[in-house]
Design a protein around this ligand. Structure first.
Ligand SMILES: [Zn+2]
Ligand SMILES: [Zn+2]
Length: 331
């Protein structure tokens, strides 16, 4: 960039920050302003902030799960212990996810700032909202996304949408952290709407700052990756917050091909009865544990139950695909 262009870009931001009292800003707000001035364009600054955060958080959060998968000590907490992803599988998955990020997500960088401005979301502006405001707005986004995801995910299990879109995500009947975003681009867009729409809707009722949305997306990425991790530790969040879904809930969805459609919370699946098979399975595992004379005996009985669920899931998946075939032929 030439000196003139840099000066011009800086001038644009100087105009935007003309009335800002920099001495009143905290450390994070000062860094925020420095970032926007450095890029010289709110569109690029907001877009790159989103893209880089996504890459750093997605792969950064997946890394501990890759390490855990490589250490046999952790197998006792693996939900489907006989299904450990191979390094090749993980590498293939990484390449696919990265390719989708670069080809689908990177170009959308230019769309976010205009969209945010259209609904009145603050982006480059400082100061940030109070912690209380951020907290309730983040919770609202979480609540909204969970309900949206429950409904959209159920729709993705209807024959046509499953066959042409959602089947990609169900490649792994025993998921792992990196597989959280392993999906058809259309699915990424559909389910991504749930992450975005809550914040946009909120903009019509109150002032929303991009920093709240940005933090919410970080939480959402942690939730998505952890729920695909395939591990249920005694210290996992669902053992502390009973309505939290966690890996134990979503792993069953991949194994059984049905039930447990929501993301963060268990309540919608409970209210709408889309966790009936999951509850039966949990009861059966509990009974097997009570009945077994030794740990080995229990693990054997649990594996048999898993095999049964997997076999039923495969049958259900074939039935859904067959249905889509018939419908396609009729059309
Ligand atoms: Zn699904
Ligand atoms: Zn999944």
């Amino acid at each position: 960039m030439s000196f003139n262009a840099t000066t011009q870009a800086a001038n644009v931001m100087d105009t935007l920050y003309a009335s800002t009292d920099f001495s009143s800003l905290n450390w994070a707000e000062q860094k925020w302003v420095a970032w926007y001035i450095w890029w010289g364009s709110p569109v690029l600054a907001t877009g790159m902030l989103s893209f880089l955060m996504h890459e750093v958080v997605y792969f950064g959060r997946s890394l501990p799960w890759i390490i855990i998968d490589a250490i046999p000590y952790f197998r006792k907490w693996k939900l489907q212990p006989n299904k450990i992803p191979t390094p090749q599988e993980q590498w293939e998955c990484t390449k696919q996810v990265l390719w989708a990020h670069i080809t689908v997500e990177l170009p959308t960088i230019w769309l976010f700032q205009p969209l945010a401005e259209a609904v009145g979301m603050k982006t480059w502006q400082v100061p940030f909202p109070t912690l209380y405001t951020m907290a309730w707005q983040i919770f609202f986004c979480m609540f909204f996304e969970d309900l949206f995801h429950w409904a959209a995910h159920r729709a993705l299990h209807t024959p046509i949408l499953y066959k042409y879109i959602h089947k990609v995500h169900h490649k792994y009947s025993a998921p792992f952290g990196l597989a959280a975003e392993y999906a058809h681009p259309a699915e990424v867009m559909i389910l991504g709407m749930g992450t975005l729409a809550g914040a946009l809707v909120l903009c019509f009722f109150t002032e929303v700052h991009f920093i709240s949305f940005w933090i919410w997306v970080i939480i959402k990425l942690f939730q998505a990756i952890d729920s695909h991790s395939g591990y249920d530790f005694p210290w996992s969040l669902q053992h502390i917050v009973p309505f939290w879904s966690g890996a134990e809930h979503h792993d069953f969805h991949h194994m059984a091909f049905t039930n447990n459609y929501s993301t963060s919370f268990r309540w919608w699946d409970r209210i709408f009865g889309t966790d009936d098979k999951y509850l039966v399975y949990r009861k059966q595992v509990k009974a097997a544990k009570a009945k077994a004379g030794s740990k080995e005996e229990f693990l054997k009985a649990e594996q048999e139950l898993m095999n049964q669920v997997l076999a039923e899931g495969l049958k259900a998946e074939n039935a859904v695909e067959a249905q889509s075939g018939k419908k396609t032929k009729v059309q």
